[in-house]
Design a protein around this ligand. Structure first.
Ligand code: PAN
Ligand code: ZN
Length: 186
């Protein structure tokens, strides 16, 4: 299969805000969109009732979802906690498991959590200039452990797709909690 021919293009990426110009889709995730993800259910319900904060947003430049294409996007993950657990993304496997991804940290700090269906797990500290490699077959979730937005750029194959259901059912191998001494992996 050959990819749909596209004309070359360029995007303008603001390293501080994560703004991508132009973008063709913008996805918002509020706390109410990820109820099962956090350990402290009552803290989550309290925050949802108190205004349901925006946890993260993704700006993406869409190209055909097919082999050979590369999708560029930025994620802006806001600071905050649910109980002691830092704000994080839903996390997913790629529907096509054989597809990897590259993350580039732009602003703020956090972790890239990774796990496999065979029980492997890993946590990469992320910050400006750090490139995190997501190998094929690894589920991935990011966590903001700072006081400002954690912003990163990502590139992944057009055909990858997103499987959220497996993580919703199994949860993630590690949680990142706020403690007196700083972020702690559990
Ligand atoms: C990223 C993620 C983005 C939001 O672009 O989609 O950070 O996380 P969730 O998709 O888990 O909500 C990526 O990994 N794309 O494949
Ligand atoms: Zn991904």
């Amino acid at each position: 299969m050959t990819a749909t021919p596209l004309n070359p293009f360029s995007l303008l990426l603001d390293f501080r805000s994560g703004a991508l110009q132009p973008y063709t889709s913008r996805t918002e995730r509020h706390l109410s969109d990820m109820k099962g993800a956090y350990a402290d259910r009552s803290a989550l319900e309290h925050l949802v009732d108190a205004g349901d904060p925006l946890v993260y947003e993704v700006l993406q430049y869409d190209v055909p979802e097919e082999v050979g294409q590369l999708i560029c996007c930025t994620t802006v993950l806001h600071p905050g906690t649910v109980g002691d657990e830092y704000f994080m993304t839903k996390g997913h496997y790629h529907s096509v498991r054989e597809t990897g991804e590259v993350y580039l940290g732009l602003c703020g700090r956090g972790y890239l959590l990774l796990m496999t269906e065979e029980g492997g797990h890993s946590a990469t500290p992320m910050g400006p200039g750090i490139v995190g490699y997501v190998p094929p077959y690894w589920a991935h979730r990011t966590v903001n452990t700072g006081e400002e937005p954690f912003v990163f750029f990502a590139v992944y194959p057009g055909q990858a797709g997103h499987d959220y259901g497996t993580i919703e059912q199994s949860g993630f191998a590690q949680r990142v909690l706020r403690a007196a001494e700083g972020p702690v992996l559990k």
